[in-house]
Design a protein around this ligand. Structure first.
Ligand SMILES: Nc1ncnc2c1ncn2[C@@H]1O[C@H](COP(=O)(O)OP(=O)(O)OP(=O)(O)O)[C@@H](O)[C@H]1O
Ligand SMILES: [Mg+2]
Length: 276
């Protein structure tokens, strides 16, 4: 059973601090949901756990089963069982969908084992069928020209075959029609096990109707400001996030812009001198 721990995680991107002290523990068998307004750092959290090089850990720790992950490259984290279903899956021309997953699964095998290709083809076909994906998708280039919903289903196909122990699914419901949402929901729920800890990032109750979370966290401006159970999902669905302002004692969730006084701001001084 795996355990992912995020301890006081502060993360920046291109000099801007986005995550401002995240504490989160995800144990195998648990499903966590993270909700929050646009731009509050949910995808940043998922990307930093997976090891996207654009994001910089200023302080804090990412631990998997007690082992520090902070400096490990993406492939090492993947080998150790971390998976990210991306909000916007990238298109990779020249690499077929099948070859991509086959390579990812092969490199994760112990050194003395080889992928049994016949068995893997059957597993791939079964997974695609369970997700109602057309068979032609396996031989097309990875995500190239896939519809929004096909890309999202393809992320779940990869997850089914990679069998991670910790998975972040970032807005896996966006772009899915109602039938696809049910199919994805049922497939992810079927994967629930004591060997898998999941973090679902979503804006809507509809996904969580299919995949029941044990914990719901609300993230605002780079911090988890509230943790609760399923009752939080209904509250957010009905009332949005405004009610949290009173609870947190703030009038606005927006970042305050730096204030300049007239005369110290070069632009204002220049404008004043032109208009005088
Ligand atoms: N290169 C960058 N420079 C400055 N700010 C950035 C950069 N990249 C991302 N950000 C900012 O980081 C913040 C968090 O972005 P993130 O994608 O994590 O939000 P999110 O909570 O996933 O939003 P959404 O719900 O819209 O997906 C946003 O305000 C975004 O504009
Ligand atoms: Mg996002």
């Amino acid at each position: 059973m795996s355990k992912l721990e995020l301890k006081n995680l502060v993360v920046s991107v291109e000099g801007n601090t986005i995550l401002k002290g995240i504490n989160l523990t995800v144990n195998g068998g648990e499903t966590h949901a993270i909700m929050g307004p646009n731009g509050t750092g949910k995808s940043t959290l998922a990307q930093i756990v997976m090891g996207h090089p654009k994001y910089v850990i200023e302080s804090g720790e990412i631990l998997l089963d007690g082992e520090l992950m902070n400096d490990l490259p993406v492939d090492e984290r993947s080998r150790k069982g971390i998976f990210l279903g991306m909000q916007s899956p990238v298109e990779v021309p020249g690499v077929t969908n099948f070859d991509f997953v086959k390579s990812a699964v092969s490199v994760r095998l112990p050194k003395d084992q080889h992928l049994r290709i016949g068995r893997f083809i059957l597993q791939f076909e079964d997974a695609a069928k369970e997700l109602s994906m057309g068979s032609g998708l396996s031989h097309r280039f990875l995500n190239q020209g896939f519809s929004g919903g096909e890309k999202k289903r393809n992320e779940i196909l990869q997850m089914k075959l990679l069998k991670p122990s910790i998975a972040f699914l970032d807005e896996i419901d966006s772009g899915l029609d109602v039938d696809a949402l049910r199919i994805v929901g049922e497939n992810v729920t079927k994967m629930k096990s004591p060997n898998l800890g999941m973090v679902l990032i979503t804006h809507y109750q509809r996904l969580l109707d299919y995949i029941e979370p044990d914990f719901v966290h609300i993230m605002i401006r780079g911090q988890i400001v509230k943790t609760g159970g399923k009752e939080l999902i209904t509250k957010i669905d009905q009332d949005g996030y405004d009610w949290l302002k009173a609870e947190l004692g703030v009038t606005d969730f927006e970042e305050k812009q730096p204030q300049y006084s007239l005369g110290t701001c070069a632009t204002n001084t220049a404008v004043n001198s032109v208009t005088k």
